[in-house]
Design a protein around this ligand. Structure first.
Ligand SMILES: O=C(CO)[C@H](O)[C@H](O)COP(=O)(O)O
Ligand SMILES: [Fe+2]
Length: 218
């Protein structure tokens, strides 16, 4: 099955968000990836829960919320109530990753654990049974438009092996520097969902780009 595509609204045209969302949705992208940044866990600031509420009103796409915030427990209820379908929390952002994932599940939302390029896969083994999705960052978080880090492919492979060894079912998402070339190795390693920001929204035919990601992973 071709990879699921999750356009990142971080790279969309902020003055024409609804139009950009409609374009990628009509092109067959399944998820809408919403990056939340607190200016602390990562340097930049982006998208509060009010935006998730807004996106919920204009699209049926799966709202895939990536919390790049320190101590994400503080915001889970708010983002769940706003209409998030998946909430991702960074392993590095809290000493209580298990509790944070419990909170997401208790709120009736799909739970995702996220790891940075410098974080080992084995560190999340104790919580893999709790998650619906694991996000393996393929750049260091905080900004769009960075280059895909090829060393992360080995981590995707390791995670996919662990998944089958433990007999678990979860999606493996990649985020950062994804395009129709970099997606190939990640897909072969076991990735099932691809976030793409600058590649899709650089103004040159986002529909063709969604198709190219699908074509590259058949
Ligand atoms: O989480 C993120 C940044 O931390 C974004 O989702 C990601 O960077 C997407 O942008 P691009 O595809 O341009 O790399
Ligand atoms: Fe992201």
């Amino acid at each position: 099955m071709a990879i699921k595509v999750a356009p990142s609204v971080l790279a969309a045209d902020y003055m024409n968000l609804q139009k950009d969302v409609e374009i990628v949705s009509n092109a067959g992208a399944e998820y809408l990836h919403i990056d939340v940044m607190d200016g602390q866990f990562v340097p930049d600031i982006a998208y509060g829960a009010g935006w998730v509420k807004g996106f919920k009103k204009i699209t049926d796409m799966v709202l895939d919320v990536h919390l790049m915030v320190q101590n994400p427990e503080r915001f889970i209820e708010e983002f769940a109530n706003a209409g998030s379908d998946i909430i991702g929390v960074h392993y590095e952002a809290t000493p209580h990753i298990h509790r944070a994932l419990q909170m997401i599940k208790n709120a009736g939302v799909k739970a995702e654990v996220v790891i940075n390029p410098g974080t080992a896969v084995e560190l999340i083994k104790p919580v893999l049974h709790m998650v619906d999705q694991v996000l393996v960052m393929t750049v260091n978080p905080g900004f769009g438009g960075q280059k895909f880090l090829p060393e992360t492919v080995e981590k995707i492979k390791e995670l996919a092996e662990l998944k089958s060894e433990l007999g678990l079912e979860f999606d493996i998402e990649i985020d950062g520097g994804v395009n129709n070339e970099t997606v190939k190795a990640a897909y072969e390693a076991g990735a099932t969902v691809a976030v793409a920001g600058s590649y899709l929204f650089d103004k040159v035919d986002p529909v063709a780009k969604v198709n190219a990601l699908k074509e590259a992973t058949k």
